[in-house]
Design a protein around this ligand. Structure first.
Ligand SMILES: Nc1ncnc2c1ncn2[C@@H]1O[C@H](COP(=O)(O)OP(=O)(O)O)[C@@H](O)[C@H]1O
Ligand SMILES: [Mg+2]
Length: 265
């Protein structure tokens, strides 16, 4: 059974794409069948996985024309299957105004996918009010709020959490909500205090793993490979290995809960 994780936060630059791409790489490195769907017209995840869109089917055609998901999937760096995006994805925001239930397109495409995946990772755009984010939250089993351990980030993250909790309740089967701290600088006193603040406010939904700030992660994105394909022994790769452990455990627990609920009915 596949589990869909959406990485979200309305703030740009807080590490959503970096977390999504390198988590996907860490899961793939251990043999998990991983699909990353790039839902951002900026296409940073597509680039970070070493792919350049030419004239092929992308996530836009899947959402807009109902092209089969499989027809757009490319085999990207690090063993990650990728449904890529490019700048033309913004046009879906416009055409979707005329479509029926445009926010359900991704969920439908994933349901119709005949290729088996264990984990699907959705990289979301910074806009949380648009139709792309709505597609992500409709398709997600779990939304993961990406919380940057930086000054001024906490208030925004708390607002995002409240918003996500509201959105979860709009669904017949609410997605579960987790959070992950990132861009943590262990040498900085302020960052350590911020992390304590994040723990205090997100404690029960926060993954134990914290992603540290690492120049290696920027380098990996620049050369278009997940950290596991570039330097699997780096401390950044170890961070993502630890996060991958927690993500797999979470997916297992949710699966067990769903099966238990099904048996009762
Ligand atoms: N853990 C990290 N260590 C170092 N740089 C990071 C880390 N996470 C993100 N970055 C850098 O910060 C910038 C924004 O990150 P990104 O993942 O693109 O954020 P978002 O997708 O939320 O806009 C990028 O230049 C990225 O390389
Ligand atoms: Mg991004």
């Amino acid at each position: 059974m596949m589990h869909v994780f959406a990485f979200v936060n309305q703030k740009g630059g807080c590490g959503k794409t970096t977390t999504a791409v390198n988590l996907a790489g860490a899961l793939a490195a251990r043999g998990s069948r991983v699909l990353l769907v790039d839902l951002d017209p900026q296409a940073h995840a597509t680039m970070a996985l070493g792919h350049a869109v030419l004239d092929e089917i992308t996530v836009r055609e899947v959402l807009e024309r109902g092209a089969p998901l499989e027809s757009g999937i490319v085999e990207a760096e690090g063993g990650v299957a990728l449904l890529p995006a490019d700048a033309r994805l913004v046009e879906f925001e416009e055409t979707s105004a005329r479509a029926l239930h445009p926010e359900s397109k991704l969920a439908l495409a994933l349901q119709g996918c005949t290729r088996p995946f264990d984990v699907v990772v959705l990289d979301c755009p910074p806009r949380t009010e648009g139709v792309l984010a709505a597609n992500a939250l409709r398709a997600a089993d779990t939304a993961v709020l990406v919380v940057e351990a930086g000054a001024f980030a906490l208030q925004g993250a708390l607002k995002a959490r409240a918003l996500l909790e509201e959105k979860a309740l709009l669904r017949a089967e609410p997605f579960s909500l987790r959070a992950v701290g990132t861009l943590f600088d262990r040498r900085s006193r302020i960052a350590r205090d911020l992390l304590i603040g994040i723990h205090a406010r997100f404690g029960e939904i926060l993954f134990d793993t914290v992603i540290h700030s690492s120049a290696k992660l920027r380098e990996a994105a620049a050369v278009g490979r997940p950290i596991h394909a570039l330097d699997p022994r780096s401390s950044a790769a170890l961070d993502f290995q630890a996060l991958a452990d927690e993500i797999e455990l979470h997916a297992q627990e949710r699966r067990a809960a769903t099966e238990a609920a099904l048996q009762e009915t």
